[in-house]
Structures are given as structure tokens and as C-alpha cells.
Write a protein that binds this ligand. Structure first.
Ligand code: UD1
Ligand code: CA
Length: 481
């Protein structure tokens, strides 16, 4: 066990979050592709603690199910009634079932901007100084609502006083408790048995542990956060939006320093899980979600929303929505394209304007340039699909597959009624409804013969503008007649 490896990290997430005015528990609200508690757990995991416990209460079925999905190694402790932060930590320690030798770090589940780096620095300072407790503090522009850090004449921390319990003089203090602590595990467990509830909220305050430990002669330390925005706790949706903006800014900065060009950071929104290679470019009005990855030289936007999509080297994507798609190197997508799950574009392939694809493999250099739907299909290399074509994949009961070979030229306004196969090098006539397989190299014509009924307008629509125009054309043929 490394000296700096904490025995446990406890994440407090049992509160109701009334001010969110939401059906969803507060800590499950998401920013940048992760729940609030998901961000906190990710930061906590960077400490590599022996145990990671999340205290759940309000909406605990939902929170527990969510944690099982995103962080299966995390344990949960149930705090059925929210009797305060001290009570919550006590329940977490009981869940672990024994006295903990070493450091116990406590964080709140609603501070998504907190970084693993800051937690590591806090735990490091705590161990180096030999403290019983070290609290992460911050100087904030408005300390209303926070617990205030009360320091003695020598500058040492004497106590934390909650806003509701503070005197006017104490309320004037600008240094606040972030809610993040490093404790000596054994001393924490002991002190928690002494925490009382004789305060304005009738709760067991974790913050009282500082005064208790200090009175018992133990070292109480404080570490001031370099950037107070990092400890922003989310209580309402205004703060949720603020946290999203700050975190998004941080993620974009990281991408830019890694070599990505972000033309307009203020209109670009990315998840924490998106990755960029150098010389990728993001144009305004773009959102990148999930496991989306931009390879070197890939250029995306304006106006793209990509989820779990890989954009290959030097590919170009404009005004497109893509979910679960793979876009090959040098491929071109949009403007106004919709790539649905299972769309795989080969190198230099093109999916153009008003084209939707789903579960479709589109080969190298193959083009679907205009107004088409390609669903459940495999298309070979260097084939051109005519404008306004539909891969008719659904018979009302089941989906069927269409295969089109390489170097084909299919006509405009074709329907490929699946299951059907068009062989390599085949052509199809415009307006064809292809219901039977087309052999390699054949031309398929599958449409009604044209029939002209002479003089129909003069007989059936006499005196109409059409009839007059037709009459004039017969009497005075145009130059090219
Ligand atoms: C708490 C601190 C305050 C600090 C502030 C920082 C205490 C008594 N006060 O105040 O000093 O400045 O955080 O944001 O600790 N929770 C539980 N069970 C409970 C009560 C709370 O799990 O019984 C959880 C909440 O879900 C939340 C966190 O603990 O994640 C903090 O609780 P909250 O009620 O928001 O405390 P604050 O009043 O903000
Ligand atoms: Ca709070």
C-alpha cells in the first residue's frame, strides 16, 4: 500500500436536491456527458483509494442503479434519513465495517468540477503535515450559505461555523468550507461519536469534527483551493448551467492545447469522453458526445451533433447528425446528413445532402450524394447511387438486407426492395423498382413503358391555357421544333 493511497473516499450523495425542482435526483443530472456524481467518482478514482463508498438516500434506487452501470466497483451505503453530513459519513464508515487505518477523504456528490489533482494535493498535504484533518477551503466572491472557516489569531483553523449558525462577524468571513476533507480514519470515527445535533438544523454536522479534534489537541489544517470555481456545488439549474459552461471550457482548453482547433469555444459543447488528435478542427455550433473521436486533420461543423462517432483522418463533416457511426479517412458527409448506428463509411466515401443511413457499409470512394435512404445495406467500392434512391428494407414485419457491388451506377429514383443484390459493375435505369437480383455487368430497367396519347389536352381540356399553348406550339413550332 502506498503511503498516499487513501484508505477510503466517501462521496456524500443522499440529499434531496429540492432546489433542482426535478423528478431526477440531483446527483444524476448530467453535464458534459456524465452525471454530477459520475464526475465526482471519476475524480475520486484518481486517488486509487482502497474503498470508494457513495452514501445514497433520496432516489437511492436510481442512484444505485446508475452507479452500478458507470462505476461497478463503487460501494454504496444507505442513509435512509438525511440527518446531516456527519451522520452520512458515520453510515459510510459502518458500511466499511471496521476502523480505517490511514486517510479517509470526504467529498460531496454535487461538486462536478473538482479534479483528481486537487484531491491528490489535499491528501498529500494532509499526510505531509501529519494532520488529524485537513479541509479544502476557498475564498469565494459570495460566501452566503457556506460554512465559514474560523481561524485563530495564529491563523490556525479553530472551527467551521455553518451559515445558519453564524454570528454577523462570522458571516463576514470570505473563506469557506468546500465540503472536501482529508481525515485520519481512526480519529474521524472517534470524533463522529461526539458530534451533537444542537444546531439550527438539528443535524449531525461533519464540520463539527474539526472543533472536536482541535479541542482534543490534534492538528487541524486547511488547504486553500487555487481556483474557487473548482468547488462550485450544484444546488439549482442556474448553477448546473454555470458548471457545464466552466467544465466545457476546461475540456476545450485541454483539446486545444493538445493540438485541436476550436473555432468558437462558446458554441462548441463536448463531453469529457471525447478525444481529439492534433490538427482536428471543430467549427461553430457543434456538439460532440460520448466516445466520439476526431482523427488528425478531421474537420467537423458547423452545426454537427456527433455521438459515439469516429471521424477518420482528413474527413469532412458539415451540418450532420451522427450516432454510432464510423467515417473513413478523407470521407465527406453532409451538409444535412443523418448517420444512424452501424453506418460505416469507407475511405473517401461520400454521403451527401439529405441522406440518411443506418446499419450500412458504404465502400471506399462510393458516393450517395443526394436525397436518399440507405438502410441495412452493403455497398462495394467506387459505386455511385443515383439521387433520390431508397433502400426499401422494411416489409412491415422484418428488416431485410440489400447488397450492391463495386463500380455500379444506379439510376436516380431507384427503389431497392430488400432482400436484393446488384452485382459488380451493374447499371440500373432511372425510376426503377429493383425487386430481383441484377447480375454483374447487366443493365436493369424496371419501370413502366412511356405511352403518349396525342391530342388528349385539346379533347379533354378544351379552352384551357394548356390547350391554347399546345395549339400555339402546333401552329408556330419553336426554333428547335
Ligand atoms: C455543506 C457544509 C458547509 C459547506 C458546504 C459546501 C455541513 C454541515 N455543511 O453545507 O460547511 O460550506 O457543504 O458546499 O457539512 N448529504 C448527505 N446526507 C445528509 C446531508 C447531506 O448525504 O444527511 C450530502 C448532500 O447530498 C450533499 C452534501 O452532503 O451532497 C452536502 O449537503 P448539503 O445539504 O448540500 O450541505 P450544505 O448546506 O451545502
Ligand atoms: Ca450544498
Amino acid at each position: 500500500m502506498s503511503v498516499n493511497r487513501p484508505a477510503a473516499v466517501v462521496v456524500l450523495a443522499a440529499g434531496e436536491g429540492t432546489r433542482m425542482k426535478s423528478r431526477t435526483p440531483k446527483v444524476l443530472h448530467a453535464i458534459c456527458g456524465r452525471s454530477l456524481v459520475g464526475h465526482v467518482v471519476t475524480a475520486a478514482q484518481e486517488l486509487d483509494p482502497e474503498h470508494l463508498v457513495v452514501v445514497v438516500g433520496h432516489g437511492r434506487e436510481q442512484v444505485t442503479a446508475h452507479l452500478a452501470e458507470v462505476a461497478p466497483t463503487v460501494r454504496t451505503a444507505v442513509q435512509a434519513e438525511q440527518n446531516g453530513t456527519g451522520h452520512a459519513v458515520r453510515i459510510a464508515l459502518e458500511e466499511l465495517g471496521r476502523q480505517l487505518d490511514g486517510t479517509v477523504v470526504v467529498v460531496c456528490g454535487d461538486t462536478p468540477l473538482l479534479t483528481g489533482e486537487t484531491l491528490r494535493a489535499l491528501a498529500g498535504a494532509h499526510t505531509a503535515d501529519g494532520n488529524a484533518v485537513t479541509v479544502l477551503t476557498a475564498e469565494v466572491p459570495d460566501s452566503t450559505g457556506y460554512g465559514r472557516i474560523v481561524r485563530g489569531a495564529d491563523g490556525a483553523v479553530e472551527a467551521i461555523v455553518e451559515h445558519k449558525d453564524a454570528s454577523d462577524a462570522q458571516r463576514a468571513i470570505g473563506e469557506i468550507n468546500s465540503g472536501v476533507f482529508a481525515f485520519d480514519g481512526k480519529l474521524l470515527a472517534e470524533a463522529l461519536t461526539q458530534v451533537r445535533t444542537d444546531n439550527s438544523q438539528g443535524e449531525e454536522y461533519l464540520t463539527d469534527v474539526l472543533g472536536i479534534l482541535r479541542a482534543a489537541g490534534h492538528r487541524v489544517g486547511a488547504s486553500v483551493a487555487a481556483d474557487h470555481r473548482e468547488i462550485l456545488g450544484i444546488n439549482n439549474r442556474v448553477q448546473l448551467a454555470e458548471a457545464r459552461r466552466l467544465l466545457n471550457g476546461r475540456l476545450l482548453e485541454r483539446a486545444m492545447l493538445a493540438g485541436a482547433t476550436v473555432v468558437d469555444p462558446s458554441s462548441t459543447w463536448i463531453d469529457a469522453t471525447v478525444t481529439f488528435e492534433p490538427d482536428s478542427v471543430v467549427h461553430p455550433g457543434t456538439q460532440l458526445h460520448g466516445a466520439t473521436r476526431l482523427a488528425a486533420g478531421a474537420e467537423v461543423g458547423p452545426g454537427c451533433t456527433l455521438t459515439d462517432t469516429t471521424v477518420g483522418e482528413d474527413a469532412r463533416v458539415i451540418n450532420a447528425v451522427a450516432v454510432g457511426a464510423v467515417i473513413g479517412a478523407g470521407a465527406s458527409v453532409g451538409p444535412y446528413a443523418y448517420l444512424r448506428p452501424g453506418s460505416e463509411l469507407g475511405p473517401k466515401a461520400k454521403v451527401g445532402t439529405y441522406v440518411e443511413t443506418k446499419n450500412a457499409k458504404i465502400g471506399e470512394g462510393t458516393k450517395v450524394p443526394h436525397l436518399s435512404y440507405v438502410g441495412d445495406a452493403t455497398i462495394g467500392d467506387y459505386t455511385n447511387i443515383g439521387a433520390a434512391s431508397v433502400f426499401v428494407n422494411y416489409d412491415g414485419m422484418a428488416k431485410h438486407h440489400t447488397t450492391v457491388g463495386s463500380h455500379c451506377r444506379t439510376g436516380s429514383d431507384n427503389m431497392f426492395v430488400a432482400p436484393v443484390t446488384v452485382g459488380d459493375g451493374a447499371y440500373t435505369a432511372a425510376g426503377s423498382v429493383i425487386t430481383k437480383d441484377v447480375p454483374a455487368g447487366a443493365l436493369a430497367v424496371a419501370r413502366g413503358q412511356q405511352r403518349n396519347i396525342e391530342g388528349w389536352v385539346a379533347r379533354k381540356r378544351p379552352g384551357s391555357a394548356a390547350a391554347q399553348a399546345a395549339q400555339a406550339a402546333v401552329e408556330e413550332p419553336g426554333p428547335d421544333a
